[in-house]
Unconditional design. Structure first.
Length: 415
């Protein structure tokens, strides 16, 4: 039996046991994992450095290397995320509704774990901990399949997690890593309906679409982030520029960073150069339409693909427009339904934008960088869903549960 099938079978067995664990037992395990992570910082950073060195040798994009890198600060954030998940209300067993039927049957709808979750992701070792913590708290076993580019990091992280679980009542193999990173193993995982209840892909568009198109296991689809910022004519200039700089440059390699800035012509007439100067100071490069080039000839002409690209780098597309409706149309054509923001003081335009833009998260006077499980108070996230079924936006504990009905009777029979 292959590594995948052996571990998947064990995960299925562990899922049944994990579903019976109390909130206290699960929280104790999360707290211990957090402690273990910090105690093993030197080991984890050392193993991560092996992946980073290979990535640099292979000429990997700096944005990807940023996602790959573990630092003291990021490990501390991961530990804090574990503690936040432990502090959250346990969704398992929550009664969502109770109905008493005319015949006396009491029907309750309650939350239950999904079962076994297969996680397929790319060069983001933090996902290893995010997925482990959320799955554990929601009573699910998880089978982790990261990319070869993070194999040393992921192997080390799961080893640390399992060492912590050995000190608890949680089955150690409730969290497992598939160390075979071959394409064949990933493909086999797509159709492992016998053991997996759901697949969650997290990474670039090609990975996500490959899973969606080829999997027979149900998929919780996460999405890429071609996010937009619309600066309305009424926008406060200082606020708009501050948000634009943050949304583009605070961490450009992540999916909630802004890739296109849409600027109302009236605002541009007065403040365009200030915006360009602020972004240029952060080493941002620009592409734009002909209208933007009228304001600054340093802006390179954008091609059609630039409007659809997720740059994941210090690069931004700029477009000067004439109305909120034009902004919404552009987002409708090129957006990925992830995160969109309007900077405005016009109540009518704000309402139109918030009510009309179709995205998982729509902002007013705030950076798109807040589309994140940690920032939303979920402790961590398993991914950001841009689909509409089951879950949408940052997916936390509730997204990792299903429901069942319990029906209490007093001898009723169907007439």
């Amino acid at each position: 039996m292959s590594e995948l099938r052996t571990k998947a079978k064990k995960a299925k067995e562990c899922a049944r046991e994990l579903a019976t664990k109390t909130t206290k037992e699960k929280n104790a395990a999360l707290e211990l994992i957090a402690v273990e992570l910090l105690e093993e910082e030197a080991f984890l950073v050392s193993e991560n450095n092996k992946d980073v060195q290979v990535a640099r040798k292979n000429g990997t994009n700096e944005g990807i290397i940023d996602r790959l890198t573990l630092t003291t600060g990021r490990l501390q954030d991961m530990a804090e995320g574990l503690r936040q998940v432990a502090a959250l209300t346990d969704p398992v067993g929550e009664t969502l509704s109770t109905t008493i039927r005319p015949n006396g049957l009491e029907i309750k709808k309650v939350r239950v774990p999904l079962g076994v979750i297969g996680m397929i992701y790319e060069a983001r070792p933090n996902v290893t901990i995010d997925a482990s913590s959320l799955c554990l708290k929601a009573g699910n076993a998880v089978l982790l399949r990261g990319s070869s580019s993070a194999i040393h990091s992921n192997t080390a992280l799961v080893a640390v997690v399992q060492r912590a679980l050995e000190k608890t009542s949680i089955p150690v193999e409730a969290i497992q890593l598939i160390e075979d990173t071959s394409r064949e193993t990933a493909t086999e995982m797509f159709t492992l309906n016998e053991y997996l209840d759901v697949l969650i892909p997290r990474g670039g568009a090609s990975l996500i679409q490959s899973v969606v198109k080829n999997a027979s296991v149900p998929v919780l689809e996460t999405g890429v982030g071609n996010c937009h910022l619309f600066i309305d004519r009424s926008a406060n200039a200082e606020m708009a520029i501050s948000i634009a700089v943050n949304a583009k440059t605070q961490r450009p390699s992540v999916c909630n960073a802004v890739e296109t800035i849409l600027i109302d012509r009236q605002w541009a007439d007065t403040h365009f150069q200030d915006l360009i100067h602020a972004l240029d100071e952060k080493s941002v490069t620009f592409v734009g339409d002909e209208k933007t080039r009228c304001y600054d000839q340093r802006i390179m002409t954008a091609n059609e693909s630039d409007w659809a690209n997720e740059f994941l780098d210090l690069k931004v597309a700029l477009k000067v427009i004439d109305s909120v409706d034009e902004a919404i149309h552009h987002i409708h054509v090129y957006g990925t339904k992830h995160s969109e923001s309007i900077i405005s003081e016009d109540a009518e335009n704000i309402a139109t934008f918030l009510n009309t833009v179709d995205a998982a998260a729509v902002y007013h006077n705030a950076s798109t960088r807040f589309t994140d499980g940690f920032e939303f108070g979920f402790g961590a996230e398993i991914g950001i869903s841009t689909q509409k079924l089951h879950a949408r936006g940052p997916m936390g504990l509730e997204a990792l549960t299903s429901t069942k009905y319990t029906v209490q009777g007093t001898g009723q029979v169907k007439g």
